[in-house]
Write a protein that binds this ligand. Structure first.
Ligand code: AMP
Length: 422
């Protein structure tokens, strides 16, 4: 299968070859011909599957072969970060086309956006709230929209955007193509799809609510109070870089980032209370490797696109089991392996049970030596230099594996004191 056979124009093929894309991913192979045909689409795909190109490429192809005075394609996304990333993809794939795009989101000045829209654009990537502001002020004309994409629709509903979305859809032409992408299919998503899509084609690349196979998952039981010390230990002992750590709250993200920074790990935090500039900078520093560990809340992390993110750590388990699937979908992209590690304290065991029920499998669990639940920190232990795992000979260099007692997929070797079945 090649991009040529999918029916994309020469300018797009050139941009793809320059981007180093050898062949389409499964979602692209399935979705691109359908979108080119003009079909409505209901697509089940997580971040990391290449879903963005699956809608951006055929949209650019269609825009390139037509004319219009007002914007003709609208891509709605849940977060500012995702808007910026999708816009980046539009620029990359559309670099040999003469198309103009605008990215519209809140938290930044509205005037440059107004100016950009006034000069005329073919395609808009937007978060719903700010676009609605433009529509109310009549600084955007949505009457010429031919294709609408709802990207990460499940998250848009979770974030309470349904009213904004409905209002926006109310001012779009009825005669249009609609594409709905979602990682999960809850009843509200099905209802939305039923209302919006006309005889949609369905494409699905990962089985519903199951995790991608190349992600090694493991659980480390540990006391709540020792979680940050355990993260510092794992990162130091395994010499991990590009580690994304999820916390449940903004406050928790800040606190953890401080603790890990004090442990000598270059750390940044992103969450909804940070300014857009601070978030953009943190993400750029993380991508470039200047920041080794990024602490994020679920919403802030949604849509972060980093190739081959090797490690995801759940500082706490998410309250909603589906969020676990979203979180660990950040790792092991593009066919490479990734590890998803969850630190689970006693009170989180019911959450773990729910997650395992959703996945229909048990996640291998092992206690890290020195971090046994119920064991008090060693007297005088510093969080920055936790004691090495037991059984390591002096002078022996730690490896990611020696930091833990088990290899993912295998049963833990040790069953010493303090190991609690999870
Ligand atoms: P997405 O699922 O859209 O967030 O894309 C995940 C990552 O895969 C992005 O970094 C893309 O640049 C990359 N990607 C998308 N399609 C391809 C492809 N056909 N070949 C190689 N990489 C791709």
């Amino acid at each position: 299968m090649s991009f040529q056979t999918l029916g994309l124009g020469a300018e797009l093929l050139r941009a793809l070859s320059e981007a180093g894309y050898a062949e389409p991913t499964p979602i692209q192979a399935q979705a691109i011909p359908l979108v080119l045909e003009g079909r409505d689409l209901l697509a089940a795909a997580q971040t990391g599957t290449g879903k963005t190109a699956a809608f951006v490429l055929p949209i650019l192809h269609r825009l390139a072969s037509g004319h219009g005075h007002s914007p003709r394609a609208l891509i709605l996304v849940p977060t500012r970060e995702l808007a910026a990333q999708v816009a980046e993809s539009v620029d990359t794939y559309g670099r040999h086309l003469r198309l103009r795009s605008a990215v519209i989101f809140g938290g930044v000045g509205i005037n440059p956006q107004i100016e950009r829209l006034r000069r005329g654009v073919d395609l808009i990537v937007a978060t719903p709230g700010r676009l609605l502001d433009h529509a109310k002020q009549r600084t955007v004309d949505l009457s010429g929209i031919e294709t609408l994409v709802l990207d990460e629709a499940d998250r848009m509903l979770d974030m309470g955007f349904i009213h904004d979305i409905r209002r926006l859809i109310g001012i779009l032409p009825r005669q249009r193509q609609t594409l709905l992408f979602s990682a999960t299919f809850s009843d509200p998503i099905r209802a939305l799809a039923h209302n919006l899509l006309k005889q949609p084609a369905t494409v699905e690349v990962t089985p519903r609510n199951t995790t991608a196979v190349q992600i090694a998952q493991r659980v480390h039981p540990v006391d709540k109070a020792r979680k940050s010390a355990l993260i510092a230990h794992l990162v130091h002992a395994g010499d991990w870089h590009q580690v994304l750590v999820f916390t449940r709250t903004k406050h928790g993200a800040n606190r953890l980032a401080d603790q890990l920074a004090r442990a000598g790990i270059q750390t940044a935090a992103i969450h909804g209370n940070k300014s857009q500039n601070a978030r953009t900078k943190a993400l750029a520093d993380f991508k470039s490797g200047q920041v080794r560990l990024l602490v994020a809340t679920d919403i802030a992390a949604r849509g972060i696109d980093i190739d081959r993110l090797p490690y995801v750590i759940n500082h706490e388990l998410p309250n909603v089991p589906e969020d676990y699937v979203h979180r660990i979908g950040r790792t092991g992209r593009a066919g490479s392996c990734g590890e998803a590690i969850s630190l689970v304290s006693l009170d989180e065991r019911p959450l773990l049970r729910d997650i395992q029920r959703l996945l229909r499998c048990d996640i291998p669990s092992s206690v890290i030596a020195g971090f046994e639940p119920g064991s008090a920190p060693l007297a005088g232990e510093q969080q920055t230099h936790p004691s090495p795992p037991r059984g390591r000979r002096p002078g022996q260099h730690p490896s990611p594996r020696s930091a833990s007692d088990s290899v993912p997929g295998q049963r833990p070797r040790r069953s010493g004191n303090g190991r609690r079945p999870i």
